[in-house]
Design a protein around this ligand. Structure first.
Ligand SMILES: C[S@@+](CC[C@H](N)C(=O)[O-])C[C@H]1O[C@@H](n2cnc3c(N)ncnc32)[C@H](O)[C@@H]1O
Length: 273
């Protein structure tokens, strides 16, 4: 027995919409199970029973609030194929804005060294290295489990990156032309308001940014100057609500710009030493 793929997709999308889950996840699940690209689904006619059973098993997990990248332990970010697990934050589409901004300034200014502080899965560092291969890229995180996954992702994507295990700047000894970071920036008081799937599947230490979400921005502010070359840049992801507070914290840097995310919210801030 076979099932028409079109009917399966239509029924599942309806069910996902009823559960307020983005219907794009239906095609993600089906294409991962069938081992085809999303764009190829339209060309397929029937799905066999075994595949339908596997799809339904994954659908059940998704309806139980497990994000798709945690179901398949993989994520696509800035054209990269990454391995993901519960020890790291699932890369967010909005963080591609940070990568794009960093690549633009690295190329424009011919910067040659980059540090990705709080690297997690390594997504930002690897995306930068793949797009600016001549830059020397380092990446740090406090947690061994995150670093070992980031190393695996770097290898998988053929990116030569120098990894540093460090509590923020503690073991960082060099100076860089650019420091990028997507630090934990959710205010501790707001953590309860996050979606269940974020709270259950992203590590707490990747989210909790302390009072007003500013704990790590304060640490970056205190240390960044001594780890940046003159004329170097600091490129940080933030919550748009933090924009004014961050700008008033980094007054000893030259403010360059805020870059908006796909929803039109200020997401990335750029400073120059
Ligand atoms: C918001 S996640 C960002 C991960 C990844 N860069 C991304 O954009 O998807 C923050 C990361 O900071 C790391 N982290 C938390 N506290 C840290 C600390 N004190 N020093 C260094 N890294 C830390 C977490 O392990 C986590 O990987």
């Amino acid at each position: 027995m076979c099932m028409k793929l079109l009917d399966l997709r239509k029924n599942l999308k309806k069910e996902f919409n009823q559960h307020d889950i983005d219907e794009v996840d239906v095609d993600f699940i089906i294409s991962e199970v069938l081992g085809v690209k999303h764009t190829e689904l339209i060309l397929m006619d029937n799905v066999d029973d075994d595949a339908v059973a596997e799809i339904m098993e994954k659908v059940k997990l998704r309806l139980n609030n497990v994000p798709v990248d945690k179901i398949f332990k993989k994520s696509y970010f800035y054209g990269l194929d990454l391995v993901i697990n519960d020890n790291v934050l699932s890369p967010r589409a909005d963080s591609e804005i940070l990568v794009e901004t960093a690549i633009k300034y690295i190329k424009e200014n011919q910067y040659s060294s980059v540090l990705d502080l709080c690297t997690g899965s390594g997504c930002l560092a690897i995306a930068v290295k793949k797009n600016v291969p001549d830059a020397e890229v380092s990446a740090s995180d406090r947690y061994e489990k995150a670093l070992s996954l980031a190393k695996k992702n770097a290898k998988r994507n053929g990116a030569d990156i120098n990894f540093i295990k460090s509590n923020m700047f503690e073991n960082v000894t060099e100076k860089y032309d650019v420091i990028i970071s997507n630090p934990p920036y959710i205010a501790t008081d707001d953590l309860d308001e996050l979606d269940e799937e974020v709270l259950r599947h992203d590590p707490h230490h990747a989210l909790d940014g302390g009072e007003m979400g500013l704990k790590y921005f304060n640490i970056i502010h205190e240390n960044a100057k001594q780890h940046l070359n003159n004329g170097g840049m600091l490129i940080l992801e933030m919550d748009s609500m933090q924009k004014m507070l961050i700008q008033s914290l980094f007054t000893d840097f030259k403010f360059i710009e805020c870059v908006k995310d796909y929803n039109g919210l200020d997401r990335v801030v750029v400073f120059k030493k």
